[in-house]
Design a binder for this molecule. Structure first.
Ligand code: BES
Ligand code: ZN
Ligand code: MN
Length: 502
């Protein structure tokens, strides 16, 4: 798909469909009224009859006679603030999804100044990202030609009242590339466990490494054992699909980014989580194929950063395992030694994410990481606490958290910082080891992060995306399934350290 920015009146834009935003309250703008008079007043009629009054993400498609567009899509935007990043992404996605099943090759978005808000370039980026993300449907992964899919566009035209076309065109391209990266993360994340094993994740990483000339590390069980990754290895033992410890590095060996850092993004790659011997109930267990989302996200993020700002020093680490019961599986009560030397009692084999992430973060620090951010579908508790629209976060460093949160805000990703309460550390005391891997039901969201903290010494942010990584039902602005959450913010965060053009 090509993107193009034009400065034009809404009735001048040639396209199969021209989408125009309709706010819920107040009078239509002068330009919208001028468009409407060319459309014979149909927008006013739609408002009068209650068919289109601007309710958020309700879209009405009408003929564009009197304008240069074949059809006009009047898309309600609700009564939110102009330029709000969450709503701006959703607008683009809702437009694309409203056109599902329709024949559209050239889609134009008329984005008036009042819609774009205080940072027009950012809003253009986010709308385009939304259109691209709106085009993904899980039905496309395995079926030949499912019906009713969002249209495959040849061209996306962004039409504005005024502005620097060069700056806006660059913003549109950035949105397209970040959106395509989110879609790559989502598609990989929702592929089934009989399709994506740890080895297949390693193959995906290797393809990314080849494409961008990144440094690839893949460790099998023997090498990981020799290094001393006892926690990582304890998880995959029950499966006949062997674990793979995967890492990608961009930038020259030993180099740091424009801020003197080496950021490590560490993603949980549990290709399927049965719970292991502490087995999960059958209900909704099929969702646990998405327990690899963190890994898919960090692999997609370093791919996207390599497209936007090649050579930016950055590390992506994706420990990949399958958590299965079996004759060799770790038992509750087993004691293992972590890469950082700590002795860990595994009292619940279903708390496996923290085991693979702990060793991965130690390894990242051994590689020279100065700042860490991990992303993981870690706990059911985070979904109960914050729901499906807010990612839970923990940190050991306020300044580092502020940067991660700001990157999230700019990309329209909601996060909420939770406390690391030292008083809860004794809940994880072990009679046999330095720590147990679960502290019981009390404060279990917080103790999951307290466990992870034992394995980092550098500024660190933990993102628990178990609630936000996938939707069980569709929305006007998103398909059901994987959401791509945190891919945009990780890219945004890494680009802050880019040396070249971004
Ligand atoms: N992968 C799960 C967390 C999860 C739950 C992700 C629901 C997405 C939806 C994780 O490995 C897990 O099993 N966590 C346990 C931790 C418990 C044993 C302390 C949980 O949340 O129940
Ligand atoms: Zn898990
Ligand atoms: Mn688990």
């Amino acid at each position: 798909m090509q993107t193009r920015v034009v400065v034009a009146q809404p009735w001048e834009v040639e396209a199969d469909v021209l989408a125009v935003p309709i706010a819920k309250d107040g009078e239509p703008s002068a330009l919208l009224a001028a468009l409407d008079s060319r459309l014979d007043g149909i927008l006013a009629d739609l408002r009068a009859v209650g068919e289109q009054r601007g309710s958020a993400w309700s879209g009405t498609l009408v003929r564009g006679r009197g304008s240069a567009a074949g059809w006009i899509l009047a898309m309600g935007t609700g009564s939110g603030e102009a330029g709000d990043p969450v709503a701006t992404v959703r607008y683009g996605a809702a437009v694309e999804r409203r056109l599902a099943g329709r024949t559209v090759r050239r889609l134009a978005l008329w984005l008036p100044t009042a819609f774009l808000g205080a940072d027009p370039a950012r809003s253009v980026e986010l709308v385009v990202r939304g259109v691209v993300e709106g085009s993904t449907e899980p039905a496309q992964i395995y079926r030949e030609a499912p019906e009713g899919m969002p249209p495959v566009l040849d061209e996306l035209i962004v039409a504005v009242e005024a502005g620097d076309r060069g700056i806006l065109a660059a913003a549109a391209e950035r949105g397209r590339i970040i959106g395509e990266g989110s879609n790559r993360a989502r598609r990989l994340s929702q592929r089934a466990a009989n399709d994506v094993s740890p080895e297949v994740l390693a193959d995906e990483a290797s393809a990314i490494a080849k494409e961008h000339g990144l440094t690839l590390t893949i460790l099998g069980p023997e090498e990981a054992g020799r290094l001393g990754m006892g926690m990582f290895l304890s998880v995959g033992r029950g499966s006949s699909n062997p674990p793979r410890f995967i890492a990608l590095r961009s930038g020259a060996a030993g180099s740091t980014d424009a801020r003197g850092r080496l950021v490590a993004m560490v993603g949980k790659g549990v290709c399927f989580d049965t719970g292991g011997i502490s087995i999960k109930p059958a209900d909704r267990m099929e969702e646990m194929k998405m327990d690899k989302t963190g890994a898919c996200t960090v692999l997609a993020a370093i791919d996207t950063v390599s497209r936007l700002a090649p050579g930016t020093p950055l590390l992506a680490v994706a420990p990949a395992v399958e958590n299965m019961p079996g004759p060799h599986a770790t038992r509750p009560g087993d004691v293992v030694r972590a890469l950082n030397g700590k002795v860990v009692e595994v009292n619940n084999t279903d708390a496996e994410g923290r085991l693979i992430l702990g060793d991965a973060m130690t390894w990242a620090e051994q590689q020279g990481a100065t700042h860490l951010v991990d992303v993981a579908t870690l706990t059911g508790a985070v979904e109960r606490a914050l729901g499906k629209q807010v990612t839970g976060a923990f940190t050991t460093s306020r300044p580092w958290w502020d940067e991660v949160a700001a990157a999230g805000d700019r990309q329209g990703e909601r996060t909420w910082l939770l406390p690391l309460v030292d008083d809860y550390r004794p809940l994880m005391d072990s009679a046999y080891a330095d720590i147990v891997n679960t502290g019981g039901a009390e404060g279990s969201l917080i103790t999951s992060a307290i466990f992870l903290r034992e394995f980092v010494t550098k500024p660190w942010v933990h993102l628990d995306i178990a609630g936000t990584a996938y939707h069980r039902k569709p929305f006007p602005w998103a398909a059901r399934g994987a959401t791509g959450v945190s891919h945009p913010m990780l890219v945004e965060l890494a680009l802050a350290g880019a040396t070249g053009a971004a």
